[in-house]
Write a protein of this length. Sequence first.
Lengths: 607, 253
Amino acid sequence: MTKIIGIDLGTTNSLISYMDGNRPRVIPNAKGQVIVPSIVSFLETGYVVGDLAKEQLIKNTARTVYSIKRFMGLALQDLRHELRYFPYTLAEQKGIVTVQIGSTEFTPSEISSMILKELKKSAEDFFGEPITQAVITVPAYFNDAQRQATKDAGRIAGLHVTRIVNEPTAASLAYGLQNKQQGLVAVYDLGGGTFDISILKLREGIFEVLATNGNTHLGGDDFDRKIVQVMAKDIQDQFDLDVTKYIVLIQSMRVAAEAAKCHLTSNETTSISLPLPEGKGTYTRDLHRSEFEVLIKALVMDTVVRCQFALSDAGISASEIDDVVLVGGATRTPLVQQMVEKTFKRIPHTDLNPDEVVALGAAVQGGILAGEVQDMLLLDITPLSLGIEGLGGTVNSLIRRNTTIPTQAKEVYTTSTDNQTAVVIHVLQGERELSRDNRSLAQFHLPLPPAPAGFPRIEVNFIIDANGILNVAARDIQTGQSKAIEVKPSYGLTEEAIDEMIQDSIKFSEADIAERLTIEARNEMDALETSTVKILTEEKGVLEEGERNQIEQALKNLREARDESDYRILRKSNNELNNATKHLAEIAMDHQLKAALENKTITEIVS
Amino acid sequence: MQRKAAVVENPSPPSKLSLPIATSICWDCKSEHGGSYYCQQCVKIQPLSKEGDYFEYFGVPRLFNLDLDQLESRYYMLSRKFHPDFYGNKSAVEQSISLGNSAVLNTAYQTLKNQDQRVQYLLELEAGAWKTTQTTLSEGLFDELMEIQDTITSFKQASDPHRKKTSMSCDHDQLYASKTLLEEKHNALSSRLQALSLKWDHLVLVKSSISDQIKVQYDMDREAILIQIRNIVSDQSYITRVLTDINTLISTT
């Protein structure tokens, strides 16, 4: 049975997990860490991901990409209010926002795929076998384009994305597995960049989502930004310095703000200290928790209002909720916990690690899909209504928000003039009345047979699958023939673009592997050289002349080969020297044995 | 002033969904499966019948008042049979049947779970010869609604900032009075609907014990109840529309 691993691709951090029998577990990387910062930094030699990239935030500001999740499935114009906060350059290609690094543009899906590859590698090292299938989580309130972009990222990373799962529902799976509670549960998920609230009914192993609401641009990042704004104003007033002119300073402010926020979780006050450019000295400031809470109050209130919308859509009152589960790092904020407690009139459940619970739930869903977990089933919903543009730019709603998925709706199309050969169908997602205020998902021409007006009857089926992604199928009612419709996503990558990225990524990863092997071979070479030189000087006449010459020749060859970039050449000279020193190594072993008998340790002899 | 025609279109039921037509022959191994969810021979999932009605899917009688707990249990049971999660390793055809069946099942459950949707769906299912006739507002309600419409119009004019304000407060009071009146009417209709729906449910449940002699009378009773229920639903939907107008006006002024 193929393993299906779980991935929480977060705004700030990402994690990968698997089912260990009946228990989901997170997978550590080579350094033993389970949390990988969702940061990619482009260096001269290639890119680095995670902690290594985090170190570059201030050193290599313009080429270090963080919070890429905020851009998934969006166009530049969707981000116009946020652009100035990001120190890296954003551009646009065919309606998709891109990050510009030097002369290369990367889509958010590509950047995300680099993070996914890093996680995939950890899992492959952990299991010692290739990983090909994954469940990836997304915010429940992600629209179709954002889900599609996430799926694309998986494909570019060489993963078959078996399922896209909503983060709060994934969390509920992990929660349900641990607590076995039945009843109504609210999952309040405030992450680095997104907020979701989901109301679920847990019964007989079924996790039925009743309603969801959220904001895909509200999270811990925005709390940091509030502090940054205060700092910027202070620095302007006190030092007459316009911080927006210095991207490195802005980045330092952001990092300092994040640290201050975290410090205020368990402390009443914190102090911020920041060196300024242009010899302006150092900016310092104390920040009290109460001040911070004033700054973020409106943001937290926004989440509370959305909780109320979700409750009302679910048709239940706050007092009927049996348990509230907190998910996401930003729920550590005391004000958030207080407001949640007030809204649901109960103390939220905090037993689960808010950083890990989504990844653990993704592993459970992977287990369900692989058939390892038998008794659990998630019945999720689509967060946003789906409609078709009607006359005068209005929206004709086909599928209401909070409808259980999979679901489908159909519409029959015909012609209004004689011999009309096609109609244009514009698919929209959102809750607004006018089509221009909603997200355009797709636009396509439906070919119709030439006939008198009103005569052709083409039935178009809109199917939302279990991933929450739209599929379109059409059928000619008269002939019963299915019609292929090419749906061109309004935002998002075309098939060709994805294929190209996969090709690029394979090329790059081949180069990556070759480079890694070269480095490894060179490291081995250096170790070999050191130990050979050491033994040659210390062997005290054990070696015969001919053997000694052989070793010295091999050592010389090895030194000459050191700057070769092909790992195969490096390995060849390593092998040569290894072979030449075989006898010597045996003698050294004997020495070590004797020494050991004389109560000396091996390390004392070799070192 | 042009008055809106006081005719309400027949409330449209949720459109039926299209699935491959289910036959009693397995799509794959061509053996008889006798209409079950899985072929007895090759155990492959079979597409749900297009003709089946939502009540039939859940194995419940066509009642206005359903045991929601039982409905939920059956929905969960069927979800465990059809959900795409359980077909990940199966063929593309089986996956698409699972997707289609789940989609129908979900729509069926949403329709039957929701009181208003269930009533409309049942009316459509059981509609006889009167299906295509249009519903008219019940007597008396038409005149009352026209009056209230006038109140709304004059309130709109009075609250228009470009106009001279006259007897505004009076209109405001009238508006609230209309709101209360409509809410009372709506509630009264709901009570009547409830009584009628119980009567219908009773008739459905005793159907098997009906003798041939009273069969004609029985069918007439059933139809009479349905037509009354349809008229109530139609009256209510008109009232709801006017109430929404009033509530919007109140919240924006």
